[in-house]
Design a protein around this ligand. Structure first.
Ligand SMILES: [Zn+2]
Ligand SMILES: [Zn+2]
Length: 310
């Protein structure tokens, strides 16, 4: 993403204007001014939504908002593109990190004049630090399944039919890379920008899957969006962060590698995995709460039972 001195915006130049570029997207060979970067970003999100038939302007979308650059940029772009998108903030109860990210999410919701729904894990089950302490599970995996559960449940209760998350290209590449290292076919099969609605699960989409982390940070900055700039304290040492470092080196040496790795997977590998897909007849409903589950009792209800024993 190095910008050469004196570069001019490619789009402006094509219109006979001569504006200075402020960003260079090496893998797209585009030098852009601030205004045209914003348009480029929103067009790319719109094209991704269309390409994977994620949703239309008639759908009611709930954006999973964490207070970070990705979810806030996504929310901003969706509203600007004319979609019906509200936010859902799940308060994980992780001290200062949660307080800061909640405040930033609330401020942003006010700014764009949209609803932000809040689920407080402390009231629903227990905070993430409490859960990690009493259940012997890594914080990120417990947090992931608890977040997924409440996102789905809340969206249904509030009458939304789409959940949109801010996963970006770097996230998707890191996950895919991890799954490839372990040849985790089941996870790979479920790694797609759209997870269709099925037996109790609402359709889930990732409109930023072709946007890099840097691009979404730039979009946030150019739009004056305040976001939480530090990572969740529990994510320290997570393998996904190591994979991201490796991939930024690969990308530096050959720009476009991330996008090739990911889109190649979607085009060439996904259809093969889909074909072999076992119909998920195992999917049933939790006997305790009635939410969809792979087991008789879902993972969150199990977690609750274990917490009650402590
Ligand atoms: Zn321009
Ligand atoms: Zn349950």
């Amino acid at each position: 993403m190095k910008l050469k001195r004196g570069s001019r915006c490619t789009v402006c130049r094509s219109k006979g204007e001569n504006k200075k570029a402020v960003v260079f997207l090496s893998h797209h060979r585009l030098a852009l001014c601030k205004e045209h970067f914003i348009t480029w970003f929103e067009n790319r999100v719109e094209r991704t939504i269309k390409e994977f038939r994620m949703f239309s302007r008639k759908d009611r979308i709930l954006v999973a908002v964490s207070g970070g650059k990705d979810s806030l940029s996504l929310w901003n772009a969706l509203v600007k593109l004319g979609y019906e998108a509200d936010g859902l903030y799940i308060n994980l109860g992780i001290g200062e990190y949660s307080e800061d990210s909640k405040r930033l999410s609330e401020d942003f919701a006010k700014r764009i004049n949209r609803n932000l729904h809040i689920v407080d894990l402390k009231e629903e089950i227990a905070s993430i630090p409490q859960i990690t302490e009493s259940v012997n599970k890594p914080a990120c995996s417990a947090c992931g399944s608890v977040k997924r559960y409440y996102m789905n449940k809340t969206a249904k209760e509030l009458g939304y039919n789409i959940i949109a998350t801010g996963h970006n290209l770097d996230d998707e590449v890191a996950v895919l890379f991890g799954n490839t290292l372990n040849w985790d076919i089941e996870y790979m099969r479920r790694q797609y920008p759209v997870l269709e609605e099925e037996s109790g699960f609402i359709r889930k989409v990732k409109p930023l899957c072709k946007i890099t982390e840097k691009e979404s940070a730039l979009y946030a900055v150019f739009n004056g969006i305040d976001y939480i700039e530090y990572e969740c304290p529990f994510s320290e040492g997570a393998s996904s962060i190591r994979y991201k470092e490796i991939w930024s080196q690969i990308e530096q040496q050959s720009p476009g590698s991330k996008l090739r790795f990911y889109t190649g997977f979607l085009k060439k590998m996904q259809p093969i995995l889909k074909e072999k897909e076992k119909r998920e007849s195992e999917l049933r409903t939790c006997v305790v709460c009635g939410e969809p589950s792979f087991n008789e009792i879902c993972s969150v209800c199990k977690l609750k039972q274990r917490l009650a024993q402590v």
